[in-house]
Design a protein around this ligand. Structure first.
Ligand code: RIB
Ligand code: CA
Length: 312
């Protein structure tokens, strides 16, 4: 298939992220997949500061020989949520496991992240761009507020975040939601395009182990660098390191990796033990005024690992 013909059939994606180690693996999958055309990468503060997440996004794209993909900064700080500076230990102080990458020669795009969303959605036919948010929802919420008419043009919004069970930053809340629950609430209460929440229920199962990292290291120089990042990742369980963001974006490549059920999602924003909890009403017994969100409840780990084998 000719490159131009191939680009006609590839799924157009914008990745909004807080690079982050599992964000870097998600970037690798999107860049390596022939089914994906990664149009832009946008950044915000999450795992580490926006200065570091932006630097990391540029350098990881350069590592992947994808320097032509624009990187645009978004909102540096959520307006009304206080981010704690001391959480950066999970991904290392530099956000990528203390791995030092060669600096990209690319400059940050001059546009704000939400202007990149808007320009691409205005340029492309309706329902031809999917947006994956694998960090706090600060940028996407501001985009919805600023360009409400463009949200309908999005083919699919994928959110890595939330949980219907245990959290990872508090007993009941997941980090991306906890980092900016007011933005998450606004998105889940008002989003008008098809939206999927890929939360810890499935992402904590999507682990890679040392054997898999060794395979990445043998396969390529970039694979070796990303494997080294994962080894510096302090989010680890008995089965290995959970690839939260990589699993979330994997459904843009193979829809069948995850199984979803619909629910209304109430993001708790009161300062109590439920702070930043994503209460999922599958039986629609509560407030049904908001949109129905597809919540990932099942994962085909064999298919996910097969995708990693193919692309990493
Ligand atoms: O809870 C997991 C999420 O928080 C992932 O996106 C990880 O990168 C961190 O941002
Ligand atoms: Ca992330």
């Amino acid at each position: 298939m000719s490159p131009s013909a191939r680009s006609l059939t590839r799924r157009k994606v914008i990745l909004d992220c807080d690079v982050g180690i599992d964000d870097a693996v998600a970037l690798a999958l999107l860049v390596q997949s022939e089914k994906i055309q990664l149009l832009a990468v946008t950044t915000n503060t999450g795992n580490v500061s926006i200065e570091k997440t932006t630097r990391n996004a540029l350098d990881v794209l350069s590592l992947l020989n994808a320097q032509s993909i624009p990187v645009a900064k978004g909102v540096a700080r959520p307006a009304f949520t206080i981010l704690l500076e001391n959480y950066s230990k999970i991904h290392g102080l530099n956000g990528i496991g203390e791995v030092e990458l060669p600096a990209s020669e690319q400059f940050v795009d001059h546009r704000h992240a939400i202007e990149v969303f808007a320009e691409l959605l205005e340029e492309e036919p309706a329902k031809s761009i999917s947006i994956a948010v694998v960090g706090p929802l600060t940028n996407f919420a501001m985009f919805m507020k600023t360009y409400p008419a463009l949200v309908d043009k999005i083919d699919r919004l994928i959110v890595m975040g939330g949980t219907t069970s245990n959290g990872n930053i508090t007993p009941v809340s997941e980090f991306n939601i906890w980092a900016d629950p007011l933005s998450a609430k606004f998105v889940f209460d008002n989003v008008s395009c098809p939206t999927s929440m890929v939360g810890l229920d499935v992402t904590r199962l999507a682990t890679v182990n040392e054997e898999e990292l060794d395979r990445w290291s043998r396969n390529s120089e970039w694979g070796s660098a990303i494997a080294q990042m994962v080894r510096g990742y302090l989010d680890i369980n008995s089965n290995g390191w959970p690839m939260h963001d990589a699993l979330a974006v994997s459904i843009l490549i193979d829809e069948s990796i995850l199984r979803f059920e619909s629910a209304h999602i109430n993001v708790c924003t009161d300062s109590d033990e439920n702070y930043a909890r994503t209460l999922c009403d599958f039986k629609q017994e509560g407030d049904t005024s908001g949109p129905l969100i597809s919540v990932a409840l099942g994962v085909d780990l064999a298919k996910f690992r097969s995708l990693l084998t193919k692309l990493m």
